[in-house]
Ligand binder design. Structure first.
Ligand code: 13P
Length: 253
C-alpha cells in the first residue's frame, strides 16, 4: 500500500456475465459496509451489454461500475466499437484500457492505448491503464524494460491521480493460477512508482497501482500488503461475489 492512497479493488468480468449475473453485482454492493467503504474503493467492469443495468443497480451504494474498453473517437464509422461518451452515459465511471487481452486479440499498441486513455479522460472517466510483460520477456530479463516502454507509450501527459489508475498485470499470471513472487511484485511496483514520479511528480506518487493476475481470496492479503500495491485488478475471482468480497476484506484491518 502507499501511505495516504485509498486502495481500489476492481473486478474485470471480461466476456462473462448476463442479466442473471447482475445479482452478483448487487451482492457485492450490499456486502461493502460503511467500515470497508472507508478503507477501499470498489468497482466491477461487466461486459458492455450490462453497463446500463449494472450502473443502475449500484446507485447509492459504495460500488462503482466500469467498462472494459473504449474507442479513441467520440463517434463515427467504427462498427462494433463503443465511445467513451457512450460509456459515460450508462453511468459507468471507469474504463479499462490496454488490457493484455486487447493488446493480443485486437493488436492494440501503446500509442492506441494512450489515445483511448485521452478519450476516457475527456469524458471524465477514470482510465485503468494495463501494462505487463509476457513469460518470454520475463525469462529474458526484460520485465522492467518492457514496463518502462509501456508506461512511456500508454500514459498520456494529462494523467493525474484522479483520472488514472495503472494496473500491472504480468501476462503469464492472468488466468493461470501463477503469480510472481512477492519480491518480484515489489520490484515491478517500485519501478512503476519511480517512473510515474519522474514523469508526473506529486501526482505520480499518489496514482493507484493495482496488481492483477490470479488474485484470489487466498493470496490477496499477501499481495495487497506489498509496498506500492494499491489494490487489485481481479478477473475470474470477481465473477463470484463471495470471492470478490473476500479479496476486498484483505483491506478491512
Ligand atoms: O486479467 C485479469 C484482470 O484484468 C486477471 O485475470 P485473473 O484474475 O482471472 O487472472
Amino acid at each position: 500500500m502507499t501511505p495516504g492512497v485509498k486502495p481500489l479493488v476492481a473486478g474485470n468480468w471480461k466476456m462473462n456475465g448476463d442479466r442473471n449475473a447482475l445479482h452478483e453485482i448487487t451482492a457485492i454492493a450490499n456486502g461493502i459496509d460503511g467500515a470497508l467503504d472507508e478503507k477501499i474503493d470498489a468497482i466491477i467492469c461487466p461486459p458492455a451489454t450490462l453497463l446500463y443495468l449494472a450502473a443502475g443497480s449500484v446507485l447509492d451504494t459504495p460500488l462503482s461500475i466500469g467498462a472494459q474498453d473504449c474507442h479513441q473517437s467520440a463517434s463515427g464509422a467504427h462498427t462494433g466499437d463503443i465511445a467513451a461518451t457512450m460509456i459515460k452515459e450508462t453511468g459507468a465511471t471507469h474504463v479499462i484500457v490496454g488490457h493484455s487481452e486487447r493488446r493480443t486479440d485486437h493488436h492494440e499498441d501503446d500509442a492506441l492505448v494512450r489515445v483511448k486513455a485521452i478519450a476516457a479522460h475527456e469524458q471524465g472517466l477514470v482510465s485503468i491503464i494495463c501494462i505487463g510483460e509476457t513469460k518470454d520477456e520475463r525469462e529474458a530479463g526484460e520485465t522492467l524494460t518492457i514496463l518502462g516502454a509501456q508506461l512511456a507509450g500508454s500514459l498520456p501527459e494529462n494523467c493525474t491521480e484522479f483520472n488514472t489508475v495503472v494496473a500491472y498485470e504480468p501476462v503469464w499470471a492472468i488466468g493461470t493460477g501463477l503469480t510472481p513472487s512477492i519480491d518480484d511484485v515489489a520490484e515491478a511496483h517500485a519501478f512503476i512508482r519511480s517512473r510515474l514520479e519522474d514523469r508526473f511528480g506529486e501526482a505520480g506518487s499518489k496514482m493507484r497501482l493495482l496488481y492483477g493476475g490470479s488474485v484470489k481470496p487466498g493470496n490477496a492479503s499477501e499481495l495487497m500488503a506489498v509496498v506500492n500495491v494499491d489494490g487489485a485488478l481481479v478477473g475470474g475471482a470477481s465473477l463470484k461475489s463471495a470471492d470478490f468480497l473476500a479479496i476486498c476484506e484483505a483491506y478491512r484491518s
